[in-house]
Design a protein. Structure first.
Length: 164
């Protein structure tokens, strides 16, 4: 959901935050989980919005600024960002860890990366089911040490860039 351009930044953020709360309430009532992408104008409000749920993605001017800064420092990232931000390009998915490793078997993240490569995907991290509701990272580990041993269970997810 995009911020309402008909209001000043604070009013638009207030409307977005209220809408997020209503959507979260509907999700709990229906028992049908989903993720929400929303636009927040004020960085302080972005932090409030992120408290609603870890699966939500909050876009702010800060994100755009960071993206432009990276592009100015490394123009070769243009193709990567174009693919990620293009509706037909790769997207971030949380896929069952059992698609990459045998559940409850020790391995390193390099093994997960190779399993993803064989599937035409790029593994960038994982999410531990047991820590799903624990702030600040909600069980999400991005860019883990490739040599560090990890044991993923059936409920865990691997975070990948993929076409589908």
């Amino acid at each position: 959901m995009l911020a309402d351009a008909g209001y000043d930044a604070h009013q638009a953020d207030a409307r977005t935050l209220i809408t997020l709360l209503h959507l979260r309430d509907m999700e709990e009532t229906l028992g049908d989980p989903y993720s929400i992408v929303s636009e927040i104008n004020d960085d302080a409000n972005r932090e409030i919005a992120q408290v609603t749920k870890a699966d939500d993605f909050v876009v702010s001017d800060k994100l755009i600024s960071l993206l432009l800064t990276q592009l100015s420092e490394n123009p070769h990232l243009y193709a990567v960002f174009t693919d990620i931000l293009n509706p037909e390009g790769s997207e971030i998915y949380l896929k069952p860890a059992s698609d990459y490793l045998r559940p409850n078997t020790s391995a390193n993240f390099a093994t997960v990366i190779e399993a993803g490569r064989r599937r035409g995907e790029t593994a960038i991290g994982y999410r531990l089911r047991d820590q799903f509701h624990q702030p600040p990272d909600y069980g999400v580990v991005l860019n883990p040490d490739k040599a560090e041993t990890l044991t993923l269970t059936r409920g865990d997810r691997v975070i990948v860039f993929a076409e589908k």
